[in-house]
Design a protein around this ligand. Structure first.
Ligand SMILES: Cc1cc2nc3c(=O)[nH]c(=O)nc-3n(C[C@H](O)[C@H](O)[C@H](O)COP(=O)(O)O)c2cc1C
Ligand code: SF4
Length: 438
């Protein structure tokens, strides 16, 4: 493992992660000793519209993948409409490689709870939900404990801190379906229906949970709010880049010495992140990587110096997504990695629309054929053609995301496919595994 140079270490900007290593960081006492709930006291003295303006001024963009401006989203909630308003936190975190929200909720659940209270006050919601995936039992326990602690201290419930503001916060465990991270499928699931995306418009801002105005935000987005309230918009903008402000938790996994979460200003590069993580594992050379989870097109060693912000990654032909950088080496096969991701999309496809339901099923079968040494060069055209028919024609982003690694691996690593097809690489799947994609 190599030691990062001081100038690279200086790239670390622990904001959302700064309490994670404190003893009992999840307890309210620790949280309060480290500025916890100070932002709430400050926020409750402000007018809700001023809080929305503050979030707009900070330039905070959603941490759930799409990078939508948060203040703008909150501003879409109609005021004085006589309907209940809801805040829903998306804590589903099902994208392969993504692991920033779970550690946040496990180590520092109160930062999310405090963010929920401030955001609910800003959009005038008196009921909020955290929708967490069912498997995340430990994080859900920590959250429920945090809610009970906050309630006991008067930060939640009726007449919060004597201001007359009421908020009930419910932690709801889903059943563990990737599609329930898509915000409208999440709302259906929360309402007790099967989790499948809704047709938009109307958008959740006017017709969300129970057909009422609803903000859906990622865990990292909402947990950023107390820091912005305390530190101010200019301080937030002093980190990151002009259009991608603030710090971001980058999750590094794969062939690196020290995998985990590294919080840096948006715009850090993979070269710097790998250095922070102690370098590649001995004997491994970087070959390909995802900048933001398996739904984002692969990048290669050529892209080590791309700024990892929304604009920089887009200019390199990919998507920042959830900043889940999965790192693969010269000892990993891009064809096999793509096949494994496709198995995931095929399994998780909700079946509502034909391009995704049938296309992923079809592509899994083609990959199996190639990996069993029985592919043809026509199969590569079939894959590209299938992707063409999924991308932009699917009902939601799951279908689009499934095509990312297929098209990008064919763009950068076509030779690896041909090596299977022309017999230079030994088959990875047996004849038995070839059939029966279910
Ligand atoms: C298939 C699919 C899965 C998604 N999973 C998540 C998720 O687990 N967490 C999340 O915050 N956003 C997820 N999203 C994005 C949400 O639909 C939505 O954009 C996000 O929750 C908005 O929050 P933000 O503005 O704070 O980023 C997913 C989208 C798709 C298409
Ligand atoms: S793209 Fe896939 S997950 Fe999304 S609605 Fe269509 S079938 Fe369901």
């Amino acid at each position: 493992m190599t030691t990062p140079r001081p100038e690279t270490l200086a790239k670390l900007t622990p904001v959302l992660t700064r309490r994670w290593l404190s003893p009992d960081a999840w307890r309210i006492g620790t949280y309060e000793n480290l500025d916890g709930y100070a932002a709430l006291r400050k926020a409750l003295k402000a007018h809700p519209d001023d809080l929305i303006q503050l979030i707009k001024d900070s330039g905070l963009r959603g941490r759930g993948g799409a990078g939508f401006p948060t203040g703008l989203k909150w501003g879409f909630i109609p005021q004085g409409d006589g309907k209940p308003h809801y805040l829903v936190v998306n804590a589903d975190e099902g994208e392969p490689g993504t692991c920033k929200d779970l550690p946040l909720m496990t180590h520092d659940p109160h930062s999310l709870v405090e963010g929920v209270i401030i955001a609910s006050y800003a959009i005038r919601a008196s009921r909020a939900y955290i929708y967490i995936r069912g498997e995340a039992v430990h994080a859900a326990r920590r959250l429920r404990n945090a809610v009970a602690e906050a309630q006991a201290k008067g930060y939640l419930g009726r007449n919060i801190l004597g201001t007359g503001f009421d908020l009930e916060l419910v932690v709801h465990s889903g059943a563990g379906a990737y599609i329930c991270g898509e915000e409208t499928a999440l709302l259906d699931s929360l309402e007790g229906f099967r989790g499948q995306p809704r047709l938009r418009p109307p958008f959740p801002a006017t017709h969300g949970l129970y057909a009422s105005p609803t903000v859906v935000n990622n865990v990292g987005t909402i947990a950023s709010v107390p820091y912005i309230v305390l530190g101010g918009a200019d301080w937030w903008k002093s980190m990151g880049t002009e259009k991608s402000s603030g710090p971001m938790i980058y999750s590094l996994s794969g062939r690196i010495a020290n995998p985990g979460q590294f919080e840096c200003g948006l715009g850090v590069t993979l070269r710097e992140l790998i250095e922070l993580a102690g370098g590649m594992q001995p004997g491994h050379q970087l070959r390909f990587w995802t900048p933001g989870g398996s739904s984002t097109p692969l990048l290669t060693a050529e892209h080590l110096d791309v700024p990892l912000d929304f604009e920089g990654v887009a200019a390199a032909g990919s998507i920042l997504g959830t900043t889940a950088t999965q790192i693969f080496s010269d000892q990993d096969c891009p064809v096999y990695a793509t096949y494994r991701w496709l198995e995931f999309y095929h399994h998780e496809s909700c079946g509502k629309c034909t391009p995704c339901r049938e296309g992923n099923y079809w592509m899994v079968r083609v990959y199996r054929r190639i990996l069993a040494g029985q592919g043809t060069s026509e199969d590569l055209d079939t894959l590209l053609d299938t992707c063409d028919n999924i991308l932009g024609r699917s009902f939601c982003g799951l279908g689009d995301g499934a095509t990312s690694s297929v098209t990008s691996s064919l763009q950068y690593f076509k030779q690896d496919y041909l090596d299977y097809i022309e017999g230079r690489t030994a088959p990875k799947l047996s004849d038995k595994q070839l059939v029966g994609a279910h």
